[in-house]
Design a binder for this molecule. Structure first.
Ligand code: SAM
Length: 298
């Protein structure tokens, strides 16, 4: 029987009144990077778990639900994704999922914090097996906001190629991630995408971060002609229910543009799940722009 007095628990304060605690088997790493506090634990319940600034980023047990929802919805909504940009996502999981698409020729990961990538490579091998083995992936350690802003000029001058899909896998809207939740950034992303391109951004919990979802869908609707929200399970994130906001130039991202190829390895994603994820319950629908008036009339 473990001595409960000497047990170590890794806790995330999800709200001032709600914590998620994972019992720690082993502390694998702790560090203060130039951008954030980072820790990796081996936990009894969820296996290896990465924390940044005290919040769970990825766990061995449930990272697939988040990464598959974030990546496969926009990639299957696009008819032929060849070039993909990921902003954030330094734990490596989104690149792994993008590389499952045979049409993809290049995926560029732009992560501001080199140490997140290096530590994840060392301790989270389930996210990073692609590194050094798949030549389609390239990693850059830059601020995604500056990268996208510089690229808009190069694309306008015909000096760089646009992307087909952009994925924003950011930390919560604090510190260097604040600018990733703005209409200026979403408009700049739109300028680095091809005309049939689309973008997705993780947009937090419909229970705990309703103000963030509202801010993201308002900003995305300002920058893109079509803005849709979809939902998925994510057990270790606040409330266990997570949202993603997608922008497109006209195509309906709630319908897959292609079937899932035979042998495609997924544990969450199917074409049926893709369509179902856009069926928003009324308490989430009311966060969408234009719905305020409808709600007032109900
Ligand atoms: N799935 C996670 C979540 O929702 O909590 C996010 C995972 S990923 C580790 C988030 C990454 O975004 C972090 O490694 C962080 O360094 C990176 N990031 C934050 N702001 C950024 C920026 N402006 N440019 C590029 N990467 C950024």
């Amino acid at each position: 029987m473990a001595d409960r007095k000497t047990e170590e628990w890794a806790a995330e304060e999800q709200t001032p009144n709600l914590r998620l605690s994972l019992r720690v088997k082993e502390v694998l790493h702790r560090e203060k990077t130039p951008y954030q506090e980072m820790a990796v634990y081996d936990t009894f319940e969820c296996g290896r778990t990465l924390f940044l600034d005290g919040t769970v980023q990825t766990t061995e047990a449930d990272e697939f639900t988040y990464h598959e929802a974030l990546v496969h919805v926009p990639l299957f909504a696009h008819p032929d994704p060849r070039r993909v940009l990921i902003v954030g996502g330094g734990d490596g999981g989104p690149v792994r999922e993008v590389l499952k698409h045979p049409s993809v020729e290049e995926v560029h990961l732009v992560e501001i914090d080199r140490r997140v990538f290096e530590v994840a490579r060392q301790y989270l091998p389930f996210n990073n097996s692609w590194y050094g083995t798949d030549p389609r992936a390239k990693v850059m350690f830059l601020d995604g906001i500056k990268y996208v802003s510089d690229l808009t000029g190069q694309i306008a001058a015909g000096k760089a190629k646009p992307y087909d899909v952009a994925i924003v896998d950011s930390t919560d809207p604090v510190g260097p991630a604040v600018g990733l939740f703005t209409s200026n950034f979403y408009a700049a992303v739109r300028r680095v995408l091809s005309p049939d391109g689309l973008m997705v951004a993780q947009s937090e919990s419909p229970f705990v971060h309703r103000h963030v979802i509202k801010r993201v869908v308002d900003a995305m609707s300002e920058a893109w002609p079509v803005c849709r929200l979809y939902l998925g399970p994510m057990p270790t994130y606040p409330s266990g229910y997570w949202s993603y906001t997608i922008g497109s130039n006209g195509g309906d991202p709630s319908h897959p543009a292609r079937p899932v190829p035979a042998g495609f390895q997924a544990r969450l994603y199917t074409s049926e799940w893709h369509r179902a994820a856009f069926a928003l319950p009324p308490f989430v629908q009311e966060l969408m722009p234009g719905d305020a008036a409808r709600s007032a009339g109900r």
